[in-house]
Design a protein around this ligand. Structure first.
Ligand SMILES: Nc1ncnc2c1ncn2[C@@H]1O[C@H](COP(=O)(O)OP(=O)(O)OP(=O)(O)O)[C@@H](O)[C@H]1O
Ligand SMILES: [Mg+2]
Length: 416
């Protein structure tokens, strides 16, 4: 049987989907019974690379090696061919990305042998306001897909894929606004969907508006970390009796998933030692040095992310930082999180307004807002959507699987 395949390589989670000649798309199991695979690689000092939950577990259990997360953010950044040293080996992010995509391909090959054509998802913009870097990101991903064995590779915007999956469930024509708030990007598409149109090959005229920004859950993690965690590690504190501040970039790097490993070098260790000697709050900067020494940057980022997620469901949450930093376990609140997210959410609100304007529609002409992506669970995001599109019904599907499933439907449209 012919199988049409889609791969949603996400900043935080990835999925692989298959569709037959007709009928719905299905996600395939990627790790045990899980349909999602966290986009994480553990590069052991010796021994095989580990992926997904297994990668995170190896890191948490203290195995020797490097954990890498947020890899997609390196596409289109100057980092893709930058080398990072792991034990005696130096690897590039391109190598790590290739290993990860190759792992997905290997699972696909077991589940459905012989699939050689694939539609990959891509954000509307990998990079904001830089068309050349954006093209370079897509090219790099396409090269990786070919290198791991796919013979034909096509791309579709992630929110359009989500629209195709949403469309599979509609009974009548309507205009849907897809709002996909993921780990690395926020993407919005305005699409006319209907059971009849779903069968058409060319859907260009049904896409009324499209936009995206490089802002997502990993940025929310960074904002929360800088505001609520890094001050306990010396962020904002002074050097040499108030002559200068500890430079911001140390805290920015530690709060940014894909920059954490860049801190684990002898050069950084020496710099931090020098800072510590000059620090007015050696007690705080000492915690920073300790996190670097114990390679606990990802553990800290995981605790921040867990706090953010907990605050989606409850008004306050005590962060368990003591085991990681040696400092206190501070309380974080949903109100403070909302403050941290306000600037980012305003940009998402502006993005939605722009996409509506591109389609020439008022909010009232939108039939449904389809919210997807893990970050769309944030209450502040939902409040924003209700404010920008008052009274428009909101639908949600599989937050982590809609894009992937839609990509297999796209593969069927393209390759059948
Ligand atoms: N309940 C929740 N509240 C807030 N954020 C959440 C929740 N659950 C998951 N997230 C966040 O959602 C993000 C992951 O979402 P998702 O899997 O859709 O991203 P992705 O597809 O990997 O990224 P992208 O599409 O941007 O490349 C993470 O930042 C995660 O912390
Ligand atoms: Mg996504």
């Amino acid at each position: 049987m012919t199988a049409f395949c889609g791969i949603d390589f996400g900043t935080s989670n990835s999925t692989v989907s298959l569709a037959g000649a007709d009928g719905p798309a299905r996600l395939i199991a990627l790790e045990g019974a899980h349909m999602t695979l966290p986009s994480a690689v553990f590069w052991a000092e010796d021994g095989p690379a580990l992926f997904g939950r297994a990668a995170m577990a190896a890191y948490v259990e203290g195995e020797e090696g490097r954990l890498m997360r947020g890899l997609k953010s390196t596409l289109g950044s100057g980092l893709i061919d930058e080398r990072t040293v792991v034990g005696r080996r130096a690897v590039t992010f391109r190598d790590v990305l290739s290993r990860y995509i190759s792992h997905l391909q290997a699972i696909l090959e077991v589940t459905s042998p012989g699939v050689s054509r694939v539609v990959l998802g891509r954000p509307v913009h990998f990079v904001d306001g830089d068309a050349a870097a954006d093209r370079a990101a897509e090219t790099a991903l396409a090269e990786i897909a070919v290198a791991v064995g796919f013979k034909e590779v096509a791309f579709q915007f992630e929110p359009i894929a989500a629209a195709l999956q949403y469309e599979a469930g509609v009974r009548a024509e309507e205009i849907v606004l897809i709002v996909d708030i993921g780990g690395g990007t926020s993407d919005v598409s305005l699409v006319r969907v209907s059971p009849e149109r779903a069968r058409a090959v060319d859907r260009a005229s049904d896409v009324l508006g499209n936009g995206g920004i490089r802002l997502g859950g990993t940025d929310f993690d960074r904002s929360l970390s800088l505001a609520e965690v890094m001050p306990h590690l010396g962020h904002g504190s002074s050097l040499n009796g108030g002559k200068a501040l500890v430079p911001n970039h140390y805290f920015l790097d530690l709060a940014t998933w894909h920059r954490i490993n860049s801190l684990y070098t002898p050069k950084k260790a020496a710099e931090v030692k020098a800072l510590l000697a000059d620090a007015d709050r050696a007690d705080l900067v000492g915690r920073y040095a300790h996190v670097l020494e114990t390679r606990a940057g990802h553990a800290l980022a995981m605790e921040v992310e867990a706090t953010k997620i907990a605050l989606s469901a409850s008004p306050a949450h005590r962060m368990q930082l003591k085991p990681i930093t040696g400092g206190p376990n501070p309380m974080a609140t949903a109100d403070r999180l909302a403050d941290c997210l306000a600037a980012g959410l305003a940009r998402i609100g502006a993005l939605i307004t722009e996409v509506l304007a591109e389609g020439g529609l008022s909010p009232a002409q939108v039939g449904t807002v389809f919210l997807t992506g893990g970050s769309s669970d944030l209450p502040a995001l939902r409040a924003l959507v209700a404010q920008v599109l008052p009274g428009v019904p909101v639908a949600t599907g599989d937050m982590l699987g809609s894009v992937g499933a839609g990509l297999a439907l796209e593969a069927r449209r393209r390759f059948a």
